[in-house]
Design a protein around this ligand. Structure first.
Ligand code: NAI
Ligand SMILES: NCC(=O)COP(=O)(O)O
Length: 349
């Protein structure tokens, strides 16, 4: 057995995601960066063939240098690789015909799911300190029988967590979502007092424990235009949101709202709040991606493990062209490492 995860640089399992999207390319770009190894020990979980193809693409564009030192590893002893190398776990080895760009075979889709399971299992066994996920194509996975809307809900299931909150965190704007992957017309019925209260509490506690803020300020969006305009444009603000916000008067984090959503993100971006609680996916993700598409990180809060992810998708339109930007993945690794260090410090008292 090798270094326990409680010492040294955090060990981070990085899943490649869909092998026919930009995942392998951005993972390859990330492990070509020496800075990554200053704050983390990455372990790649994904198909070896897809990783070799990504390396060939990048080296043919940029001139051949040494290939990043990934070495096939086993799930039983994932860190049992030579010093200086990066373990690569490939639970379901694929052939090239399984992974034409933008079109994963049935087997490739199954491998995506299996890779996530393997990374989560390593985190639950504390063989790694955190999991960082590459992008998956939800539609293609659903076609292959995947029952979950996305990683977030799958990770809740795999870890047995009671609830999970999706946060998108960028340098100047953090947003948590009270509802995640659902049709817009379902939002009002899925928005419950208990669900909203969980989102607020989990976000406030994570800002303190994982992000190191002393007294975070949270602001909750209204659902309707102008936060309902005193009931003229809807009553959710009066009947649901305000009573939940009032429950948080005596916490170590401050909560205000409901605020009109059209101006709230601008106020948060300029420093008035540490996080915004948005009520549905696009209300929160449009502003974050508008200002931070290259830097934002998707963080799953409320799980017994640390999980971060890129904010972007599989980008099939540019897969195989060598144009993918790895900035969001690099941030996701850096944020996971920071969270792991903060949790260690909290555990050590
Ligand atoms: N973390 C994850 O697993 C996520 C997965 N998705 C999934 O991805 C699939 C495709 O989603 P889309 O809405 O098309 O979003 P997308 O993020 O894949 O692409 C949107 C636009 O951004 C560009 N882009 C994305 N990533 C880039 C990168 N690293 N470098 C340069 N340009 C990049 C694409 O070329 C495209 O023009 C969907 O199935 C969606 O569910 C979407 C978001 C997150
Ligand atoms: N828009 C964010 C997104 O869809 C990512 O979802 P997940 O796969 O991290 O649950």
């Amino acid at each position: 057995m090798h270094d326990p995860p409680s010492t040294g640089r955090p060990k981070i399992a990085v899943t490649v995601g869909d092998p026919t999207g930009v995942g392998p390319e951005i993972v390859c770009r990330a492990v070509m960066r020496p800075q990554v190894f200053q704050h983390a020990m990455p372990l790649i979980v994904g198909d070896a063939m897809a990783m070799e193809r990504a390396w060939n693409l990048l080296s043919s564009n940029a001139g051949r240098g040494p290939r990043p030192p990934w070495v096939q590893a086993s799930e039983r002893d994932p860190w049992g690789v030579p010093p200086g190398s990066v373990p690569l776990l490939s639970p379901v080895p694929l052939h090239l015909e399984d992974i034409p760009y933008g079109d994963p075979s049935e087997k490739a889709a199954r491998s995506v799911i299996r890779n996530i399971e393997a990374a989560v299992s390593l985190a639950l066994q504390r063989q790694v300190d955190a999991v960082v996920t590459g992008p998956i194509h939800k539609g293609r996975l659903h076609r292959s029988g995947f029952l979950f809307p996305g990683h977030t809900e799958f990770l809740k299931h795999l870890t047995g967590a009671r609830t999970v909150v999706m946060m998108l965190a960028g340098p100047k704007l953090r947003v948590s979502l009270a509802t995640i992957h659902c049709a817009l017309r379902q939002v009002p019925e899925l928005l419950t007092a208990e669900g909203l209260a969980d989102t607020i509490r989990i976000t406030g506690e994570a800002l303190i424990r994982d992000f190191g803020l002393a007294a975070p300020r949270l602001a909750v969006c209204g659902l309707n235009p102008h936060a309902g305009e005193e009931g003229a444009f809807g009553r959710e603000e009066i009947e649901l949101i305000r009573p939940v916000v009032e429950r948080f008067e005596k916490e170590s984090f401050r909560v205000s709202g409901p605020h009109p959503a059209d101006t709230l993100f601008w106020r948060a971006f300029h420093g008035e709040f540490d996080a915004v609680v948005a009520l549905y996916h696009d209300q929160g993700l449009i502003p974050v991606k508008l200002v931070h598409f290259d830097r934002a990180v998707n963080v799953s809060l409320g799980l017994p493990i640390i999980r971060t992810s890129v904010d972007h998708g599989t980008a099939y339109d540019i897969a195989g062209t060598g144009k993918a930007d790895a900035s969001s993945l690099l941030e996701a690794i850096a944020v996971a490492a920071l969270m792991a260090r903060n949790r260690r410090a909290a555990e050590a008292g």
